[in-house]
Design a protein around this ligand. Structure first.
Ligand code: GDP
Ligand code: MG
Length: 789
C-alpha cells in the first residue's frame, strides 16, 4: 500500500480550486510555472491518516479539448502525471456548466472524486442538490464543500484515500452516444488495440472519441505509431459515415450528447425553488448592460479611470520628477565635468528618471484596472462590445487581450498577446495578436505625457481619452483590413461568460497593482538602464575632433575678451574665472541657494538684480540696480552670443556621433513629417522599448544644451522653446509612437505565439508603415488647416 499519493485539482475557473487547495495544504505550498510556459503551477502537500498527500492545482478549464494551453496542461497532467486521484472541483451554483468538464474527466478514465463546492452559494440561491443521487448517476463520490469556510475538507481527504486504494479498474465511460456512434467507436478502438496503442492509463475508448473529434494533439500522438495508416483511415471512414447519417460533425454530436446527459442528470438530482427573486448580479446587469444605459455608463467608467489616473497621480508624479531633477543637480555639483558625470547625469539619471518619474501614474492606472477586473465589470465591457468587435473580424475574447494590451491606456502588449491563448479561432486569434501592439500600452504613456504636458497642459485627461478612442479606431480598422485581405474567412459563434459581480478586496487590488507596477519598474531598472547607457554612448562617441572644435572655442574666447575689455564690465569682472563664478552664482540663485554666496562680491548681487533675478532684487537698493543697467545690457548680449556659439558647437558635436549620423540619415525619410534628427534618434531607441523615446529625447536635449542657467529646466520646457516643435508636431510624434513597430519584447512574444517569423515581420512592417502614413496625414492636414503651428 503506497503511503504517498498525488491528488490533482481540476475544475472550471473560479470554481474554488485555489481556495480548496489552500484549505488543504495550508502554508506547505510551492508556486512555480508549468514546464516551458508561463502558466502558474501550484503544488503542496499534507499528511492525512499516515499518508503524505501531494496536491497539484491544475489550470482552470471549461473543457479538455486541445484548444487552449490551459486545457492541454490540465489534460496532459491527468494523462502523463498519472495522479492517483483527480479531485474535480465543481461550482454548485453553476452545476450545468461545470459538469461538462466532469463528464470529460470521467470519459478519460481518471479516478475522479467530486467536491461540490460553493454549496453555500447554491443554497443561498435556493438550488437544492441531491448529491447522493448525483453521485449514483455519475458513479463517483461527491462531497459538498465550502472552500472559504473549510467545510467538508476532512471527508474529502478520507474519500480521496479510499478512492486511491480502490483497485477496481475505471470504466472510462459514462455516456452512451447511441448505436451509430458507439459502433464507430468500437471499430476505432479495436484498430487501436490491434496496433497496441496505449496512452498511459487512459482508456482507448477516450482516444477513439478524441480521434473522432479531430483532436490535433491526440492525432499527432497516434501519427507517431507504426500502424498509423489503418487507424487514420478508420477514423476518416467513421467520421464520414457519421456526417452522412447526422449531417453534423462528430464534435457537435459529442458535445450535444454530453450536454444532454448533463441536463438529464441535473433534472433528476437538482431542485430549484421557484422564486421571483431575481439574482443580485442579474439585477445589477439590468442597468449596467442595458442597451441604452450600458454604453453611457461604460463611457463614464472609462473616462473616470483617466481622471483618477491623471489627476490623482499628479502630485506624486511632480514629486518624483522633482526628485530626479534634484538628483541630477546634486551629482552635477559633486562631480567634475567630464565623461563620468555625463554618463551619470545624461545617461543614467535623465534616462531612467524620465521613465521612473511616471511610476505613480502607472500605479494609479493599474489600480483602476484592478477594480474593473475584480468587480467583474471588465467582463461586462467585453459583453457589451462583442457585437461591435465581431463586425471587425475579431472575437469577443479579443476584448480582454486588447484591454490588457492598453485598450484602457496603461496595459502591455506582452500579457495581452499571451491572453489570446484561450482563443479557439486561429484567425481571430492571429488578428488580435497583430493589432494588440497598436493599443496604448504603458510604455507609450510617458511619451504622450511628455508631449501633452509640453503642448496641451490644460487638456491632459481629455486628450488621453481621445487618444484611447483613436487607437481603438485604428486597431479595429487594421483588424478589419487584415481580416478581409491576408486573413479572410468567416467567424464562429461562441458564448460569453458573465461571472457574478464581486466586491473586490483592498488586499487583492493592492497586490494586482503592485505586481504590475513592479514589472514596469523592473523594466525601467534593467532593460531601460542598459539601453539608456548604450544610447548615451552612441550620442557621445565619437566626439568632435579638436580641429573642428577649435573655431568655436576661438570665437568664445574672442567674445569673452571683448566683453572683459569693456569699461563697464571691469566694474565687476577682472578675469574669465570671475565670469564662470558669476554664472554659477546665478544658477544657485535660481535654485534658491544664493545664501552660499553671502560673502561674494556685492557687484554680483547688483548685476544679478539688474538682470532680473528675483532672489537678488530683494536684497539690492533700486538706485544701485539703475547704475548697473548698462552693464546688464552688455552682459546679456555677451551671454546670448556665447550660448549661441556653444549650442552650435554641441549640436555639431552630437551630429558627428553615431546616433547623430543615423538620425541625420533618417531625416530624408522623415522630411515630409518634419521629425528632425534628434527625434529620429529617439524613435530608433524606441524600437527597443517605447519608454526609451522619452529618455532619449531627454538625453539628446540635455547634451545639446549648454546655457548654464537652463541646465535645470525640464524636458517639456526645453521642447516648448525648441524651434520646429509645436502642437502639430507633438501630435505627429504621438501618433507615430502609438503605431510604429512593437517593442523588442513584444516581437519576441509574437514570434513565440504565432510560431513564425513571417507574422513577426509582418507585424513590424505594417505597423511602421501605418505609423508613417498616419503621422504624414496629420501633418499635411494640420498644415493645410493651419492648426497647431
Ligand atoms: P479557482 O479559479 O478555481 O482557483 O477559484 P478560487 O479558489 O480563486 O475561488 C474563486 C472565488 O470563489 C474566490 O473569491 C473564493 O473566495 C470564492 N470561493 C471559493 N470557494 C467558495 C465557497 O465554497 N463558497 C463561497 N461563498 N465562495 C467560495
Ligand atoms: Mg486558481
Amino acid at each position: 500500500m503506497p503511503n504517498r499519493m498525488v491528488v490533482a485539482l481540476a475544475g472550471n475557473p473560479n470554481a474554488g480550486k485555489t481556495t480548496l487547495f489552500n484549505a488543504l495544504t495550508g502554508a506547505r505550498q510551492h508556486v512555480g510555472n508549468w514546464p516551458g510556459v508561463t502558466v502558474e503551477k501550484k503544488e503542496g502537500s499534507l499528511w492525512h491518516a499516515d499518508h503524505e498527500i501531494h496536491v497539484v492545482d491544475l489550470p482552470g478549464t471549461y473543457s479538455l479539448t486541445a484548444y487552449s494551453l490551459e486545457e492541454i496542461i490540465a489534460r496532459n497532467f491527468v494523462v502523463q502525471g498519472a495522479p492517483d486521484v483527480v479531485l474535480d472541483v465543481v461550482d454548485a451554483s453553476n452545476l450545468e456548466r461545470n459538469l461538462y468538464l466532469s463528464v470529460q474527466l470521467l470519459e478519460m478514465g481518471a479516478k475522479v472524486i467530486m467536491a461540490l463546492n460553493m454549496i453555500d452559494v447554491a443554497e443561498g440561491r435556493k438550488i437544492h442538490i441531491d448529491h447522493k443521487k448525483l453521485s449514483e448517476l455519475l458513479g463517483i463520490p461527491i462531497i459538498p464543500t465550502n472552500g472559504k469556510k473549510g467545510v467538508g475538507i476532512h471527508v474529502l481527504l478520507d474519500t480521496a484515500l479510499d478512492k486511491s486504494q480502490d483497485e477496481k479498474p475505471v470504466a472510462g465511460s459514462v455516456i452512451q452516444y447511441g448505436t451509430e456512434i458507439e459502433e464507430e467507436l468500437v471499430k476505432i478502438e479495436s484498430k487501436l488495440n490491434e496496433a497496441r496503442f496505449h496512452l498511459g492509463k487512459l482508456s482507448n475508448r477516450w482516444i477513439a472519441v478524441k480521434l473522432l473529434e479531430g483532436d490535433p494533439e491526440i492525432i499527432s500522438l497516434v501519427n507517431g505509431s507504426e500502424t498509423t495508416n489503418e487507424i487514420v483511415s478508420q477514423v476518416e471512414k467513421s467520421r464520414k459515415h457519421l456526417i452522412d447519417i447526422f449531417a453534423d460533425t462528430p464534435e457537435i454530436l459529442f458535445t450535444d450528447a454530453r450536454y444532454g446527459f448533463i441536463s438529464g442528470a441535473i433534472k433528476q438530482s437538482v431542485h430549484v425553488e421557484t422564486t421571483d427573486r431575481v439574482h443580485l448580479s442579474e439585477n445589477i446587469d439590468k442597468y449596467l448592460t442595458n442597451r441604452v444605459l450600458g454604453p453611457v455608463i461604460l463611457l463614464l467608467v472609462l473616462y473616470s479611470v483617466y481622471l483618477v489616473t491623471f489627476q490623482g497621480s499628479e502630485p506624486l508624479v511632480n514629486w518624483f520628477e522633482a526628485f530626479f531633477k534634484w538628483l541630477g543637480a546634486t551629482v552635477t555639483d559633486l562631480l567634475p565635468e567630464g565623461l563620468l558625470r555625463s554618463l551619470l547625469v545624461s545617461g543614467i539619471i535623465d534616462g531612467v528618471g524620465g521613465v521612473l518619474g511616471f511610476t505613480p501614474l502607472i500605479a494609479f492606472m493599474f489600480f483602476a484596472i484592478a477594480i474593473l477586473e475584480d468587480t467583474g465589470y471588465m467582463a461586462r465591457i467585453a459583453f457589451m462590445l462583442d457585437r461591435v468587435l465581431r463586425g471587425f473580424g475579431l472575437h469577443g475574447a479579443s476584448m480582454l487581450a486588447l484591454m490588457v494590451s492598453g485598450g484602457i491606456a496603461g496595459g502591455c502588449a506582452v500579457p495581452g498577446i499571451m491572453a489570446t491563448r484561450t482563443m479557439k479561432e486561429p484567425k481571430e486569434r492571429l488578428v488580435t495578436i497583430l493589432v494588440a501592439p497598436l493599443m496604448n500600452c504603458g510604455a507609450k504613456l510617458p511619451v504622450y505625457a511628455l508631449m501633452i504636458g509640453a503642448f496641451f497642459p490644460h487638456g491632459k485627461a481629455q486628450i488621453m481619452f481621445l487618444l484611447t478612442i483613436v487607437s481603438w479606431a485604428l486597431a479595429l480598422t487594421a483588424a478589419k483590413i487584415i481580416r478581409s485581405t491576408v486573413l479572410a474567412g468567416p467567424s464562429a459563434p461562441f458564448v460569453l461568460e458573465l461571472p457574478p459581480y464581486r466586491m473586490p478586496t483592498l488586499r487583492g487590488l493592492l497586490i494586482h497593482t503592485w505586481e504590475r507596477t513592479w514589472m514596469y519598474v523592473k523594466k525601467a531598472g534593467t532593460v531601460i538602464l542598459a539601453i539608456s547607457v548604450i544610447i548615451w554612448a552612441m550620442m557621445t562617441f565619437p566626439g568632435l575632433a579638436p580641429e573642428k572644435a577649435e573655431p568655436f572655442d576661438k570665437k568664445i574666447e574672442t567674445l569673452t575678451s571683448e566683453f572683459l575689455a569693456l569699461p563697464s564690465a571691469q566694474q565687476v569682472f577682472a578675469t574669465e574665472a570671475d565670469l564662470e563664478t558669476f554664472a554659477n552664482f546665478r544658477t544657485k540663485l535660481g535654485e534658491g541657494r544664493g545664501a552660499e554666496f553671502e560673502n561674494e562680491k556685492r557687484g554680483y548681487w547688483v548685476l544679478a538684480a539688474a538682470l532680473g533675478d528675483k532672489a537678488a532684487e530683494k536684497r539690492v537698493a533700486k538706485s544701485a540696480i539703475t547704475e548697473m543697467t548698462a552693464l546688464a545690457e552688455d552682459y546679456k548680449k555677451y551671454a546670448d552670443e556665447k550660448a549661441e556659439v556653444e549650442n552650435e558647437k554641441q549640436s555639431t558635436k552630437l551630429r558627428n556621433t553615431i546616433a547623430g549620423r543615423l538620425g541625420v540619415a533618417l531625416e530624408y525619410v522623415f522630411k515630409p513629417i518634419g521629425f528632425d534628427w534628434r527625434t529620429n534618434v529617439a524613435l530608433v531607441g524606441g524600437f527597443a522599448a517605447k519608454e526609451v523615446v522619452v529618455s532619449t529625447l531627454g538625453t539628446a536635449y540635455s547634451l545639446g544644451e549648454v546655457n548654464p542657467s537652463e541646465e535645470s529646466s525640464s524636458l517639456p520646457e526645453r521642447l516648448q522653446k525648441e524651434s520646429g516643435w509645436n502642437p502639430l508636431m507633438a501630435v505627429c510624434l504621438i501618433m507615430f509612437v502609438m503605431l510604429y513597430n512593437p517593442c523588442f519584447t513584444t516581437l519576441v512574444v509574437i514570434r513565440k505565439e504565432t510560431g513564425t517569423w513571417r507574422w513577426t515581420l509582418f507585424a513590424m512592417g505594417y505597423t511602421t508603415l501605418l505609423a508613417y502614413c498616419v503621422a504624414l496625414v496629420v501633418k499635411v492636414v494640420g498644415s493645410l488647416l493651419n492648426v497647431g503651428i
